[in-house]
Ligand binder design. Structure first.
Ligand code: ATP
Ligand code: MG
Length: 221
């Protein structure tokens, strides 16, 4: 499903070069649930941004569901991203002025889906994550765990082939975090490919396989 080889990424800063990723090789099979662990600054988010086609590496090859994504122009890359990838972030990334329902509907509107269908699909996604009673609530009226569930609902409406989650439980208490992991496990059980980034070894244990990244390099596969 995801196949990257010899990936490198260097940030050029005023105080010098930062080798965020060096010679990363990683293969994630369809339907796999992979956790990537590593300490702060090890390169996890950099890798996730590249996996999610939000950023490009300096060198290397990346096949996403057979597409050689690095050879594609930006516009085409955005299309591939919208079609294949669902994102879940540590900070939820919801729009404050919009209700849960509107937040989940938004990407569907961008995808050109009719108003009626948007409402149906978004409502059913929110029910799936246990928020049928909170459709009209704004993010500020929801708990952190509930906000993260809205973000998951938003990520799954377009049935992405891959779900990328960067520290999805990082801002949550243990119980809400466990609920989020349960939802991710459920999505995995229904066939989704999941890449979960975390610094918490207990969270990583939920995955089929753990890969550790240290100083921009993969330590164990
Ligand atoms: N835009 C940027 N410009 C310059 N350096 C960056 C940039 N983004 C990240 N870095 C550097 O690249 C390295 C990897 O950063 P990255 O954000 O991938 O780490 P991380 O593993 O996600 O850390 P954390 O667990 O704290 O989120 C770090 O040394 C960081 O300072
Ligand atoms: Mg990070």
């Amino acid at each position: 499903m995801l196949d990257i080889s010899h990936l490198t990424k260097t940030y050029h800063t005023k105080s010098g070069e930062i080798y965020a990723l060096s010679d990363i090789n990683l293969h994630v099979s369809r339907g796999e649930f992979l956790a990537i662990i590593g300490t702060s600054g090890s390169g996890k988010s950099t890798l996730m941004n590249i996996l999610g086609c939000l950023d490009r590496p300096d060198t290397g090859r990346y096949l996403l569901d057979g597409h050689d994504v690095l050879s594609l122009p930006a516009r085409h890359l955005a299309e591939i991203r919208n079609r294949h990838i669902g994102f879940i972030f540590q900070g939820f990334n919801l729009l404050d002025k919009m209700s849960a329902l509107e937040n989940v509907e938004l990407p569907l509107a961008f995808a050109g889906i009719s108003k009626r269908e948007r409402r149906e699909v978004a409502t059913s996604a929110l029910c799936r994550v246990g928020l049928s009673e909170r459709l009209r609530h704004k993010p500020s009226e929801l708990s952190g765990g509930q906000q993260q569930r809205v973000a998951i609902a938003r990520a799954i409406t377009q049935k992405p082939s891959v779900i990328l989650a960067d520290e999805p439980t990082g801002n949550l208490d243990r119980e809400s975090g466990a609920q989020i992991l349960e939802i991710l496990s459920g999505l995995h059980a229904s066939g989704a490919t999941i890449v979960l980034i975390t610094h918490d070894p207990d969270v990583a244990k939920k995955a089929d396989r753990i890969v550790e990244i240290s100083d921009g390099k993969i330590k164990s596969t």
